[in-house]
Design a protein around this ligand. Structure first.
Ligand SMILES: [Zn+2]
Length: 310
């Protein structure tokens, strides 16, 4: 995430120039100096709205990361914990930018505590860590529902949903599932990674397991084949991603992203093509971040789990 992107600077320059040009033409054509004032006012209003977001981000970056935030991140995010000093600083920077610009609120827009906000933000910072030039794929912020589950009518304490990703709607997660996601960093369950993966997938308006908007057509075709094969295995109960990944290809992709950021070794040894496709898409070699000892232990544990469930 950036304070301002090169493309935004380009459009800012073009639109500012156009406002001035139109104003000057009107002033000359009408021989009325009042248009100079109107033009300057229009320019100020335009710049005020255009620079609102970069200014917010700039202010957030001028402040240092509070000690309490670092403690929470160290305690809760294994991804953050395993980064080197430079990586940690960039992760914190992304968190400050994210929280300055995207809302993280409770079910009826009530405030949520800083730990919940940091857990949500750390999900975004992890998935975007290899792509500093990318913006998050959401538009409407994040809602953290109380409890563990909610149903299709958004009633908490009922149903089976731990989170939800829907086009043109805020990303929803529940408080308990969010805590659980970061409590066991090696189990391949992380609700915020999962729902965020859906938003990457749905940027083209379809939930099909291919985040094609941010890929070349050729890479998207390769990813489609890889996801499709893993989905078939999951449907037959033979995928390392588990049976839920067999629901459809969108879920295969979302679960694969969870594993890729929590337990990449599992992905690498079970499906190296899937690992490479995700590495390429997110531009990050997660195996180099997550320590091997933890992965080996987890992998053995995971293998036992798979055996039990087959
Ligand atoms: Zn899902």
């Amino acid at each position: 995430m950036q304070v301002i992107y090169k493309i935004d600077i380009l459009f800012l320059g073009i639109y500012s120039f156009l406002v001035l040009l139109v104003g000057t033409v009107f002033t000359i054509a009408s021989q009325n100096l009042l248009f100079i004032g109107v033009t300057l006012l229009a320019e100020i209003i335009y710049l005020f709205f255009a620079l609102k977001r970069p200014y917010k981000r700039y202010r957030a970056l001028r402040q240092s990361t509070p000690k309490e935030w670092k403690q929470i991140l160290t305690q809760c995010s294994s991804f953050y914990r395993n980064l080197d000093e430079e990586g940690k600083q960039r992760f914190e920077r992304d968190i400050r930018i994210f929280l300055s610009n995207f809302s993280v609120e409770g079910q009826r827009r009530q405030p949520v505590d800083i730990k919940m906000k940091l857990l949500v933000a750390s999900g975004f910072a992890a998935l975007l860590h290899g792509r500093p030039e990318w913006e998050p794929p959401i538009k409407d912020g994040v809602l953290v529902y109380p409890g563990e589950r909610f149903n299709r009518d958004y009633k908490t304490g009922k149903g089976i949903r731990a989170g939800q990703a829907a086009i043109n709607s805020p990303l929803i997660v529940t408080e308990k599932s969010l805590e659980k996601s970061f409590k066991n960093p090696d189990d391949g369950f992380n609700v915020i990674y999962h729902e965020l993966a859906h938003y990457f997938d749905m940027e083209d308006g379809r939930a099909e397991g291919i985040p094609s908007t941010r890929m070349s057509p050729e890479k998207a075709r390769q990813m489609k084949t890889i996801i499709h094969r893993e989905w078939q295995k999951a449907q037959a109960g033979h995928s390392f991603l588990g049976t839920y990944a067999g629901t459809n290809e969108a879920e295969t992709f979302a679960v694969a992203v969870e594993f890729f950021f929590e337990n990449p070794y599992i992905v690498k040894i079970n499906n190296p093509n899937l690992y490479d496709a995700l590495k390429d898409f997110f531009n990050i070699d997660t195996i180099k971040i997550i320590p091997p000892l933890m992965i080996h232990e987890t992998h053995e544990k995971h293998k036992r789990k798979i055996k039990k469930s087959v």
